[in-house]
Design a binder for this molecule. Sequence first.
Ligand code: RFL
Ligand code: PHB
Length: 388
Amino acid sequence: MRVQVGIVGAGPAGLLLARLLGLRGIECAVLELRSRAHCESRVRAGVLEQGTVDTLDDVGVSRRLHAEGQRHEGIELRFGGGRHRIAFESLVPGRAITVYGQQEVVKDLNAAVLAQGTPIHFGVTDVQPHAIDTDHPYLTFDGQRLDCDFIAGCDGSHGICRPSIPDGSLDYFVRDYPFAWLGVLAAVAPSARELIYSQHDNGFALHSMRSSTVSRFYLQVARDADRSQWPDTRIWEELARRLETVPGFTLRAGPIISTDLTPMRSLVAEPMRHGRLFLAGDAAHIVPPTGAKGLNLAVADVRLLADAIADWYAGDPTGVDTYSRRCLRRVWRAQHFSWWLTTLLHTFDTDDSYARRLRTAHLDYVVSSTAAATTLAENYVGLPLPTR
Ligand code: RFL
Ligand code: PHB
């Protein structure tokens, strides 16, 4: 078997790359470890930046997103019992976020990629990149061989592509936080129209949603927490406490559909290329979910990668040679933003009364200064996407 680009991983990065390349007439194939049903039901991100929505519009994969997703022109910050709206419509006019589940994006992309005739091999085990230092790289899987000009490693943070790069070729930059997020999906109408990020002495809480009947919440918990320590009644009590305001706020509770635990971590592997293997999305970098940047960064990476590969086939290798440097600029901006928001909104075991006062002063500045609120808003809705 031979294609121009072999893509490992059918998450948002791999699927969008397959779509972008397909539209340019570049032949590819996608190899995915898990089943299609599994990929389409994994509950993860919910916030799409303006540039991500624009990209999905460009590739003709946004009909359902516009029909079923919700456009939000603000978020709320809560601390000390107060509530403060960060109003995108006045701070960053014309830019907004769209709340639409990542698994819905994946469903829409799967359908478009298969419809354009690009094969997605689901449930393949033992994928392995070879000869990435040569002009003739190839992938093996399940006893088969796929020759290609380029390999795109879009296989997430636990994938095989990054570890297949020879030891010592990548620099790693890592920050582990001493806590995790307990994610909760519940069959209950959202308790507010917009997302609420709440800083509380007991820890951070986030109110988000998926539809008019499904809410999504997150609670800061210990890094080694386990679900048995968090029975449903404790989850609802803690959410109500951490989201509390003066005057009161009523949190709607309902049946919990599922929970998940995400240890908070930042990681960047540089450069995002080794020979003919290009890394994109979580395969190259992860951020704590506080800034809602992970999926959006994956989209920004593969936009650049698709252009770079198309230019290479047209005889211009510049884009391929500068791919890593151009991606990393945005990646590090997102690293900083995610670290900043995480530090601002979470509690740390090392906090003393001085640290708590500093945090309150910082939050107070963010919600009372137009300059500070604009910094939050423009990073949150997403800086303009890079061009070639
Ligand atoms: P993915 O989605 O992990 O997809 C990688 C794919 O590769 C497959 N794979 C392999 N395939 C073949 N061979 C192997 N050896 C393989 N190993 C793995 C996997 O099965 C999978 O299908 O990476 P990608 O495409 O780079 O996309 C990244 C995003 O998924 C991730 O950054 C976001 O989910 C992060 N994130 C958020 N991002 C946002 O932009 N906005 C948000 O609101 C947001 N919220 C979140 C999040 C992530 C969370 N968790 C669970 C980590 C909230 C949470 C709780
Ligand atoms: C979500 O809805 O899953 C979500 C929203 C905002 C975040 C992270 C996750 O920062």
